[in-house]
Design a protein around this ligand. Structure first.
Ligand SMILES: [Fe+2]
Ligand SMILES: [Fe+2]
Ligand SMILES: [Fe+2]
Length: 255
């Protein structure tokens, strides 16, 4: 690309990012973002972000504006429901299905914890404790899902030049790992005579864990994956991702 046309693209990007920031008409912005997204590279967007930061924006604000831009461009004229757009053998369909299963386990965890906090006593052979351990095992199996995203999906985004996109989900993965570990440790050290303290810790931990995971799933379903589909265009790249994921295996269904 010639230096001159690259400068024009950066300039066009800067303008659209500023207009998104100012809350310009979303319909016009979406159409323009759609056109522009076909012509730019990750480096053009990174350069536009840099200029915004030099102009006084925080890097968080600049990053959010470029995600908003990508999303406007990606979703323009498209069916918003990702699942319905993908063939059943697409790797993102399996990942979305695992998200759905995870939501079911989180809902189970939520109602189970509500039930447990009303109990007077519980032992490690009580039905409630067994059910809690079972849900915790399913959530623990979710770590495989996280590893697959960390080891296969995010590196593919980085290879295509979109390192920044995977940064926030990667940080959320760290948090989720920590919360799931804490839940397993809490169950592993359960003592019936310390049930009151256990109930308090369990209620607090499960509330945080549920909130963090639900937010993360929402972000991947509605932001990261639609954008990933747009920036990783070659079907062979998705086939390669699926092959690697198949080798690692899937979670949530085999316990
Ligand atoms: Fe994830
Ligand atoms: Fe995920
Ligand atoms: Fe199970």
């Amino acid at each position: 690309m010639k230096a001159e046309s690259r400068k024009d693209k950066t300039e066009a990007l800067m303008q659209i990012l500023r207009r998104i920031d100012q809350g310009d008409n979303p319909q016009t912005l979406r159409a323009e973002a759609r056109r522009l997204i076909e012509q730019i590279t990750p480096r053009d967007l990174a350069r536009a972000e840099e200029i915004l930061v030099r102009g006084g924006a925080s890097s968080h604000q600049a990053g959010q504006l470029s995600v908003a831009f990508l999303l406007m461009g990606v979703l323009e004229g498209r069916e918003a429901n990702l699942r319905e757009r993908l063939p059943a053998d697409h790797v993102l369909r399996i990942i979305l299905a695992e998200h759905e299963l995870t939501r079911c386990f989180l809902a189970d965890l939520d109602s189970l914890v509500r039930e447990i906090v009303t109990l007077e006593r519980m032992t490690d052979t009580s039905m409630e404790f067994m059910r809690l351990s079972h849900v915790a095992e399913h959530l623990h199996a979710m770590l495989e899902h996280i590893e697959r995203e960390d080891d296969v999906l995010f590196p593919a985004l980085r290879q295509h030049g979109w390192s920044a996109l995977a940064a926030a989900p990667g940080r959320a993965h760290e948090q989720i790992r920590g919360h799931i570990d804490s839940l397993l440790r809490l169950l592993g050290t359960f003592r019936a005579e310390r049930f009151d303290a256990f109930k308090q810790q369990l209620a607090l931990l499960s509330q945080t864990l549920i909130q963090v995971i639900l937010e993360h799933l929402h972000e991947e379903d509605n932001l990261l994956f639609p954008i990933a589909l747009e920036v990783v265009k070659e079907p062979e790249a998705w086939h390669r991702i699926k092959r690697l994921c198949d080798e690692i295996g899937y979670c949530g269904v085999h316990i």
